[in-house]
Design a protein around this ligand. Structure first.
Ligand code: ATP
Length: 270
């Protein structure tokens, strides 16, 4: 059962080329995560400590996990992922112990990048409805803080986390020596949307009618995950038409469909 909440990837297959846009964000992550692992002398020479923990925040589906996997691959580090929400919702009573095991695993498999997804599930401020901040969740959070405090900044284990709700995070997590490097992973702009569309259509046969730059404009506010869904959906439309190539019309229909689903999540239930 623990395999699901803690996922070990010896060598993630994601490369930075598979991440559209986010060039500055990737550079910041490399400085904070990769260089301390692969070129520690850079930090030593200048005499500064690398950040302890790196927090990525932004809307769901914008590439936070993708970046974390790619930086693990680039650093030739193991990627160990734990889902904060699964930890809290599926492993009630085991949270603190699982956090302990997570760091034992990281030490055994170092160099390693520990990635805690949806960290807000463990590290939210107390809420009035009593859903978070329960004694159990508090214990899990305390364990995480203790584990982080027990590490040097320069070791061969780097800690990353992701959240969509940075406003909810317990300030204890953001203090120096904890998640002290915060990087926003925003929605892609039209240029980044084009790069993402190129990545996800690379293996598709596109008809001459398909003009990706204009589709990137038309798509409007969409996440990388939605753009990936749009490409897949456009391909499905072409298959249904029994066509050899995907046409512009397929993409237009796919954009409509995916954006409708996002706008009204309830409609998917029927
Ligand atoms: P969540 O907060 O929901 O975990 P996330 O920000 O970690 O979201 P990812 O899991 O990285 O999002 O993205 C989901 C999928 O969407 C990726 O596997 C990828 O296929 C696609 N995707 C998202 N962002 C990008 C991007 N910038 N470039 C290319 N593909 C992307």
């Amino acid at each position: 059962a623990r395999v699901r909440v803690m996922e070990l990837d010896e060598q993630p297959s994601v490369t930075f080329e598979q991440v559209g846009g986010l060039k500055e964000e990737i550079e910041e992550v490399r400085e904070a995560v990769e260089y301390p692992l692969t070129k520690p002398e850079i930090y030593e020479r200048v005499g500064v400590e690398p950040p302890k923990g790196i927090l990525l925040y932004g809307p769901p589906g914008t590439g936070k996990t993708l970046i974390a996997k790619a930086v693990a691959r680039q650093s030739q580090a193991r990627f160990i992922r734990m889902s904060g929400s699964e930890l809290v919702h599926k492993y009630i009573g085991e949270g603190a112990q699982l956090v302990r095991e997570l760091f034992i695993l990281a030490r055994e498999r170092a160099p390693a990048i520990v990635f805690i997804d949806e960290i807000d599930a463990i590290g939210s401020m107390r809420t009035n409805d009593g859903t978070s901040g329960s004694a159990e969740v508090q214990r899990t959070l305390m364990q995480l803080l203790a584990e982080m405090d027990g590490f040097g900044n320069r070791g061969n284990i780097r800690i990353m986390a992701a959240t969509n709700r940075i406003d909810m995070l317990d300030p204890a997590l953001l203090r120096p020596g904890r998640f002290d490097r915060i990087i926003e992973v925003p929605l892609p702009d039209a240029g980044a949307r084009l790069e993402i569309l190129k990545i996800h259509t690379a293996k598709m046969s596109l008809a001459g009618s398909v003009d990706l730059p204009s589709l990137a404009e038309l798509a409007g506010d969409t996440t990388g995950a939605e753009l990936q869904a749009i490409c897949r959906e456009a391909g499905m439309m072409a298959i249904r038409r029994d066509a050899d190539a995907v046409e512009r019309e397929d993409f237009l229909a796919a954009i409509k469909k995916v954006k409708r689903e996002t706008a009204a999540p309830d409609s998917r239930m029927y």
